[in-house]
Design a protein around this ligand. Sequence first.
Ligand code: ASP
Length: 347
Amino acid sequence: MTNKPNILIVYTGGTIGMIKDYKTNALKAFDFSQIVDKIPELQQLNCNITSISFKDPIDSSNMNTSYYVEIVEIIEENYSKFDGFVVLTGSDTMAYTSSAISFMLDNLQKPIIFTGSQLPIGDLRTDAKENLITSIEVASARKNNQPVISEVCLYFEYKLYRANRTTKINAEQFEAFTSMNYPPLAESGVHLTFHEQYIYQPKKETAGLIVRKNLVTDVVILKLFPGITETTVASILNNNNLKGVVLESYGAGNAPNVAWFIKLLEEAINKGIKIINITQCAGGSVILGHYDTSVSLKEMGVISGKDMTTEAAIAKLMYLLSENLTTKQFKNFYEKPLRGEISNKKA
Ligand code: ASP
């Protein structure tokens, strides 16, 4: 064994793993165990590459929390053997999956880079090769014998983002993701440039990796729109199993202040349902109490999701609901950054 970094590629499914059969012109699943043979460019990278694949790769529209657990278990089992991980998933739900994985792993000291592609790896104009090659480079990058990245990231089309800050914004352009409220951690051009000031620096912990696998799925995302009816909101909030709601409100966290709406939310909170307020704007933050239309939300105990993405908000809700916290602890934990998913400013 050399002292090159050891990188594990975890293939879960998605477009990236397809290759064209030139005889039939059909797309078929790519055998990731032969990745280095199929993409000879990978041999030029200064690392040892191993790959592992889901037995039955999935389209990421079928992603769910059991698959999240499968991903973290692969990482857990291989954590001590590898220096970095590249997780390939379909791009459709990649922001949700990578956000969730960021909460499921605590004390992370190694890079986990999610990537995928808009075109299959076997397509002539594919974006898959660049995404894969640079993700492996990022996962292998070291400075002073330490990994440059030790958090969960998403790399796509020349930009490395903190995963729990990302959203898929385009179904056809190669630039499929953005991170509106946090700058890229690295950019790839002629050089691969890391923006160190934005990269999470892990504490020199002695505690090892902590893996949390119990996510609570009795949650919902409720997006407001002008004209939403009392019957609709009531039928969602009166679901007996419901434990948490990500309320996508308007602008800086505003919602209708009509009596029926306030009453339904209050009743839900009194039943112990956690209500998280995030904005449906792509960028910016909730500021509870800034407008009259969010004062009652603040007073009744709605939790501020501040500048979190919907994807991070729902993942954090699933994670914290499994932690057996008091109402006060839940609010405190929810409103502070746990994995860099919230900006540290007053909101
Ligand atoms: N539908 C695919 C998926 O998310 C698209 C992609 O791979 O980007 O699995």
